[in-house]
Design a protein around this ligand. Structure first.
Ligand code: SAH
Length: 244
């Protein structure tokens, strides 16, 4: 019995955006582990056990997956988007670091289309020049660090993608983000709110920083702030490939 652990990205929601490599891994799996809404995207079949779990239990979930793989199962841990972007791949490696008995297991990470790239494509090409991605959830880091990164990214004229922009438990984060950005970016800077990208609920909204309101973002939204050269062309938003 040799088990394996695959950490796979399911993409932003549209089944057509699941890679063939991930589809194959899912078809060969004996066990699927992940956050409830992501596991709900897997079609049940005989021989496959689904293990949905609540959010914020990433390390327990990773440990459970590692234990099943060690006992000979073919386990797939699923994330939305890409598993390496603010998701389960790091949680699995943290668990391996804390429990070295798993270090010899066959572990593989399969990439997926991350929300930022699906959103950028739906909008046009707002990430066409240098950009950065920032997780606005402060569950695992202090607000002071988020604020420092925002300021430095704005001063360096990076375009930015924000994940986890707003939640019921942190209603003010995005208000603070807008306040911080307004100190270093001009009022006409373009900011796009891309909600539920690639799903039937998809909604895209591009406004200026001056017009932006915190209510435009929620937990199903990825926010893309352009750099100083980002502009509209017809229905699209794009950033030229050269600076300035
Ligand atoms: N691993 C995921 C990100 C997990 S963090 C990925 O690579 O996409 C969860 C955040 O991702 C959400 O709060 C939201 O900001 C973003 N997100 C995930 N799916 C999305 C979608 N279909 N449309 C817009 N944003 C999405």
């Amino acid at each position: 019995m040799s088990g394996s652990l695959i950490i796979a990205g399911l993409g932003p929601g549209n089944p057509a955006m699941v890679t063939p490599e991930v589809t194959l891994a899912l078809s060969e799996a004996t066990d699927i582990v992940g956050y409830i809404p992501y596991v709900a995207r897997i079609t049940p079949r005989p021989g496959l056990t689904l293990h949905p779990s609540d959010n914020r239990v990433e390390l327990n979930r990773a440990l459970h997956a590692l234990q099943m793989a060690q006992s000979g199962q073919r386990v797939v841990v699923v994330s939305s988007g890409d598993p390496g972007v603010f998701a389960m791949a790091s949680a699995v490696f943290e668990a391996v670091e804390a429990h070295p008995q798993f270090a010899t297991l066959d572990i593989r990470v399969l990439p997926g289309i991350t929300a930022m790239l699906a959103a950028a494509a739906a909008l046009g090409a707002p990430l066409g020049h240098d950009f950065c991605a920032i997780n606005l959830s402060d569950n695992l880091k202090p607000w002071a660090l988020i604020e420092r990164r925002l300021r430095l990214a704005a001063q360096a004229d990076f375009a930015m993608a924000f994940y986890n922009p707003r939640s019921a438990s942190r209603p003010d984060t995005f208000t603070q983000v807008l306040h911080t950005l307004r100190q270093d970016c001009e009022p006409t800077r373009l900011i796009s709110f891309a909600r539920a990208v690639s799903t039937p609920d998809q909604h895209l909204l591009t406004v200026t920083l001056e017009q932006a309101q915190p209510e435009m973002a929620d937990m199903r939204t990825v926010v893309i702030v352009g750099n100083s050269a980002t502009r509209r062309i017809g229905p699209h938003v794009y950033t030229p490939r050269s600076a300035g």
